[in-house]
Design a protein around this ligand. Structure first.
Ligand code: SF4
Ligand SMILES: [Zn+2]
Length: 377
């Protein structure tokens, strides 16, 4: 009890449920660390090669803002989401405008870019998260400058009025929704997503009605799921959401600090997905995604590292590169000829996961020789 009250801070009354259920994240030290940044500067800006809605190659600018964060996270939050590390309660409209100016300065005023991704660690057009006057400027300015805009949203934040409001200011922009799993049980018990597949369908309809583009994020291997189930289910979900999506981005789990998944990982109860599973998924779903005209994107964040999707350590670089190439070309030949001794270990794990009654999987939680792993602290 003494330890618990220590985790809760200085003894003053907790004002949000969140302060109780996410106690370690709310220790004075965690809050101090998280809030040590300057609110007038964006978290990150960078440029990457991308593909425009018409299929042409382009350069995209990504701006990750420091915001008040996701309304859902402040209430509860998804099990893998570490975005709270970039957010805090007191960000003002002035701060957000200053961040936009600073982003443009660092990106040479979008020189050479045809696309801008504006990420806010939550829902871009949610008024409790981001001031409407700021949303208005971002939407109009990017549209007037002929820049294709990508923003992110939670499904239940999409209302007919708000989507129409967005479409009026930036016709044809892309709205990315973190569906994560096309399965209500997984959404509820593995992801803690805060919305259902029914709500997702409703939001997709609203976006289509307003001629906006739909990007669907799926997570590969949420917690409390074996590798075999992750492969079996995600493959099925990709096929099922393809007819409703312009882009599908499958995000292999990467372990972000201080999240539920991080705690499982540190407890040796979770291993991020194998890169071989991603290759298998791309091969199985290729015909369905191309048939539905949905672009398939997989960028393994921290690919090859222990906290990202990885194989044995020897073949990772080649496999990550092939997956990245496939995301640009949608050509299955990118995945041809990949091989390594570890592929057999992965195959056995998948087969066992799908035949033995071990819900959390049969694989090892870390890569390496079993004898070395036994000796590890
Ligand atoms: S809805 Fe998005 S931003 Fe909010 S907690 Fe979930 S993953 Fe994080
Ligand atoms: Zn290997």
């Amino acid at each position: 009890m003494a330890q618990a009250s220590g985790m809760l801070g200085n003894g003053s009354k907790a004002v949000k449920v969140h302060h109780l259920i996410k106690a370690p994240e709310n220790t004075p030290e965690s809050v101090r660390r998280r809030e040590s940044w300057d609110a007038t500067e964006p978290a990150t800006v960078y440029k990457t090669p991308e593909i425009m809605p018409d299929g042409t190659h382009c350069t995209a600018a990504t701006v990750i803002f420091r915001t008040r964060g996701c309304v859902w996270w402040w209430k509860s939050g998804c099990t893998f989401c570490g975005y709270f590390n970039d957010v805090r309660d007191d960000v003002t409209a002035e701060d957000l405008f200053a961040q936009w100016e600073e982003a443009k300065r660092r990106l040479d005023d979008f020189e050479g870019c045809s696309m801008v991704k504006v990420y806010t660690s939550g829902t871009f057009f949610e008024d409790r998260e981001n001031p409407p006057e700021w949303q208005d400027v971002i939407l109009r300015e990017t549209h007037e400058r002929g820049l294709h805009l990508v923003v992110e949203a939670q499904a239940q934040m999409c209302t007919p009025e708000k989507i129409a409001w967005v479409a009026e200011r930036h016709p044809g922009c892309t709205v990315a929704i973190g569906l994560e799993a096309y399965d209500d049980t997984v959404l509820r018990f593995h992801v803690n997503k805060g919305f259902s597949t029914k709500q997702w369908h409703r939001s997709v309809e609203m976006l289509k009605d307003n001629n906006l583009r739909v990007k669907t994020y799926l997570i590969f291997k949420p917690p409390f799921m074996s590798e075999g189930d992750a492969l079996r289910l995600t493959t099925k979900w990709v096929t099922e959401v393809a007819p409703y999506s312009d882009d599908i981005s499958v995000n292999p789990m990467n372990i972000q600090r201080r999240t539920v998944v991080d705690r499982l990982y540190r407890n040796r109860e979770y291993r991020p997905p194998w890169l071989w599973s991603l290759v298998d998924m791309l091969e199985i779903t290729h015909a369905d995604t191309t048939g539905a005209n949905a672009r398939m994107i997989v960028h393994p964040t921290a690919g090859g590292k222990l906290r990202g999707a990885h194989n044995c350590g020897k073949c990772d670089e080649d496999v990550v590169a092939a997956i990245e190439r496939y995301s640009v070309s949608a050509d299955l030949r990118e995945l041809e000829g990949l091989d390594c001794d570890c592929k057999q270990v992965w195959r056995v794990e998948i087969d066992n996961d799908l035949t033995l009654p071990v819900p959390l999987g049969t694989g090892s939680d870390r890569r390496g020789l079993p004898t070395d792993l036994l000796r590890a602290p």
